[in-house]
Design a protein around this ligand. Structure first.
Ligand code: MRU
Length: 362
């Protein structure tokens, strides 16, 4: 597969952040070259690169790009951090590279090289976090779910695989681990209106990985639960606030309500960099509102009357009491214990986050 995201600095070409353009999938596997920060910001807003963990990695490379071009790094960092407001990983990745750049600059070192090294380090850490989450998630499912001879029927929403990560992803990495362990009967994939990340991207990844899968319209999920055909729901997260509330792709909250009603585990898989202890409650999470055209039509066609009022939040918030468990690279906990999980985890993400946070406040 074309790399989801990579750094290029070819002789004569100048530096660039190169993305697998997710707006063109599944029909076309094309690269999109971002040679300056405005181009990268556009790519982020258009969802050419998307999904919380990889947004952090993209943001970090963006800071390195600004530095390598000799642009105003502080202004570029601010622009990148604000490109999309909900996934806290973006801000985290930007701050981490920016902090590294500033520290090297103050010490008279190679600030550009240090920012790039920070981005590369985050990229590699993200891959390691994926592997750890897949292991913890599989262990959790084995504990929570009765062993079914045919395997588990898992339902997911949006896209949480290799396209969102330096590794195999978050929730989808757990599904893949279940498949590898011979425990997956079927992956139910919500289409994920309005931008169809499930229909376009998760089906594409599931097919490449050989996962038995079935696509459904979002509003068909209820009938699957009623039929007893869902053993667990696995989703990712764009931000987990200090009270354990989970912001994720719009449509996640109704699934949590359904799962609760039917006594089905609702599991959130996200790296520590998705935890935002500075945001106290779910109600404080900024929810991105997107354009009306995403709802009034699809592709080049429009199916709603011109000028109709549209409500198009990109994310919704699931309260902690509807989440059975939060799976991170640092382990598994109920969402109400997210503070303990983040504080007790000594991995580089948490440490760097604390340091970057200190620098921001300084
Ligand atoms: O708007 P998107 O496609 O960036 O939204 C992505 C999601 O909501 C994912 O579920 C979330 O980022 C978790 S992926 C690890």
């Amino acid at each position: 597969m074309t790399a989801v995201l990579r750094w290029a600095d070819e002789p004569g070409g100048g530096p660039a952040v190169v993305l697998l353009d997710q707006t063109r999938l599944p029909a076309h596997e094309e690269e999109r070259w971002c040679r300056d920060v405005p181009a990268l910001v556009r790519a982020i807003r258009e969802l050419a690169v998307r999904g919380a963990p990889v947004l952090g990695v993209a943001g970090a490379y963006g800071v390195a790009l600004a530095a390598a071009r000799g642009d105003d790094v502080e202004a570029a960092a601010a622009e990148l951090a604000e490109a999309r407001p909900t996934a806290v990983n973006l801000r985290y990745g930007v701050e981490r590279a920016r902090a590294a750049w500033r520290a090297a600059g103050r010490a008279g070192g190679d600030a550009t090289g240090t920012a790039l090294a920070a981005a590369r380090e985050l990229h590699a850490e993200d891959a390691r976090a994926s592997t750890a989450m897949a292991g913890h998630g599989l262990e959790l499912l084995t504990r929570l779910l009765p062993a079914r001879e045919a395997g588990w029927r898992l339902l997911t929403h949006c896209n949480t695989g290799a396209l969102v990560s330096g590794g195999e992803g978050t929730a989808l990495a757990v599904v893949r681990a279940a498949h590898t362990a011979g425990r997956l009967e079927r992956l139910w994939i919500d289409e994920t209106r309005p931008l169809l990340q499930g229909a376009r991207l998760t089906t594409w990844e599931a097919a490449r990985w050989g996962l038995p899968h079935t696509l459904l319209a979002d509003n068909a999920a209820g009938s699957l639960f009623a039929a007893g055909a869902v053993d667990a729901v696995l989703i990712g997260a764009d931000r987990v606030s200090a009270d354990g509330s989970v912001a994720n792709k719009v449509g996640s909250y109704p699934l949590a309500v359904l799962a609760h009603h039917h006594g089905v585990p609702f599991v959130v898989v996200a790296p520590i960099s998705t935890v935002d202890l500075d945001t106290a409650r779910g109600a404080d999470i900024t929810i991105e509102q997107r354009g009306a055209e995403e709802v009034t039509g699809s592709g080049d066609g429009r199916h709603a009357p011109a000028g109709v009022a549209v409500h198009n939040p990109a994310f919704d918030v699931t309260p902690p009491d509807l989440v059975s468990a939060l799976v991170t690279e640092g382990g598994v906990a109920p969402p109400s214990e997210v503070r303990r999980l983040a504080a007790g985890y000594d991995g580089p993400r948490a440490t760097e986050l604390r340091e970057a946070d200190g620098m921001m406040k300084a």
